[in-house]
Design a protein around this ligand. Sequence first.
Ligand code: B12
Ligand code: SF4
Ligand code: SF4
Length: 429
Amino acid sequence: MGTASSTRLGGRHAADDELMALVHEAATNAGIDAVGVTDAAPFLPARTAILERKAAGLHAGMWFTYGRPERSTEPSRILDGARSIVVCARKYRGVQTHPDSAPPGSTHPDLNSHGITTPESTEGTVAAYVAEDAYGALAAGLERICEVLRNRGCAAVAVSDDNRLVDRAAAARAGLGWLGRNTMLLSDELGSWTVLGAVVTTAVLPVAGALQPDGCGSCRRCSVACPTGALDVAGVLDANRCFAWMLQATGSFPAEFRVALGDRLYGCDDCQVVCPYNEDLGNETLGNETLGPTADTSRQPVQLRDRAAVSRAPRVDVIGLLEMSDEQLMATFGHWYIPRRRPEYLRRNALVVLANVADPDAPDVEPVLRQALASTSAVVAAHAVWAARRLGHDDLVADAEHDGLGGNDPDGLVAAELLRRVPRRSGAV
Ligand code: B12
Ligand code: SF4
Ligand code: SF4
């Protein structure tokens, strides 16, 4: 069983402290907000949790750490002779838009270098971490720490959001926070708007950072706010119901969740926005200030469904996205996790958002629907059928059928959409 408590303090050397001081200095200089150290013992509770979720089908076929749990919970598989893990958290700073720096070839000059804009009415929201290169900045910091350790003759390997390590379990064991009801690593100081990473090393470092007690208490805000009920069981996420996964999965977007998806284009932050530990980013406008983290919010209405309240969520114009060529789209959004690097999946997400948010009569809606209905991608054409019908543009579907819609439909995706009953937007004729 691993530990984060100070078990080696009695035999601690000045050299340990000096090395840790250098590690902290490297981390701080790289903008890392919290550092903890744990030993390299396997993460057995996490392995059990992964196996249980797989057995229950809650992983929805995801690979990541679920693919080979015996590897992702065993640090010595990352580095032979591993003795310690330096675990780091970096808080993302919120949305920084740079309207003047449009990517080359962008059809929408107001897209910034992260492809983010704030257009009039056809906008999709994007998870807050995407507004900046949170993982890139963290990875640079982890590399600095590796250099410090290698300079002392120790081997060191950096991992972050990598299939080889369960980051949250490592962070919790290193004392960086507790695992919340929403499964996020949370702390009093940083909340959960953090990305996590680790340096696995052969150095024997003084374990630092005591295990933090649960801070959720009787709070249930995240469970109540989750639009799909993915967090009904405390600390257990049902990925089949989680938008963050659905938006990254291959195939058709599950029809039963398309309307509930609302304007989410990439990722979902709802279970973090409502968390009282995150009040500095996102939920300050929700009007729930009087509720502390231990308040019982069971079935109390959370006003998150007013998407405007998520005032600092990054946004992308989905019309602009749908107008882009494959090359433009990948140049602008290629830093996102796009399944199999296939632009059709981002277009799929954009069509569902378009159907949920666009004014059906807006002049640029019809052209992008026509273009999508004519797509050679069955995924795009199928979701265009749904979007057109939801927006009351059945005539466009009829035209497309006349022009050979579904000609390239090996998996029957378009055929299935043509048979589906579509919930029409109110106001759409
Ligand atoms: C697979 C994955 C996903 C999947 C599944 C997430 C899940 N909860 O299982 C999907 C695609 C849905 C996803 C979504 C998101 N993810 Co993700 N994801 C991962 C990944 C690759 C593996 C996670 C994992 O191992 N899950 C397996 C399960 C068993 O572990 P766990 O989720 O940590 O669960 C622990 C708790 O449930 C706890 N537990 C068990 N029983 C109980 C009971 C109670 C009562 C309690 C309180 C706890 C508890 O023990 C479990 C094991 O430690 C990690 C990166 C990595 N390599 O670790 C990133 C990671 C977890 N994701 C991250 C982020 C940022 C996100 C999103 C916020 C992105 C977004 N905005 O869309 C959302 C958040 C959704 C959410 N509430 O989790 C960060 C989290 C940072 C943090 N502060 O916690 C990570 C660590 C990436 C990183 N390196 O920064 N993610
Ligand atoms: S990310 Fe969204 S859908 Fe997933 S558990 Fe959190 S609130 Fe629910
Ligand atoms: S919203 Fe409440 S229950 Fe959910 S993670 Fe935050 S403090 Fe815990």
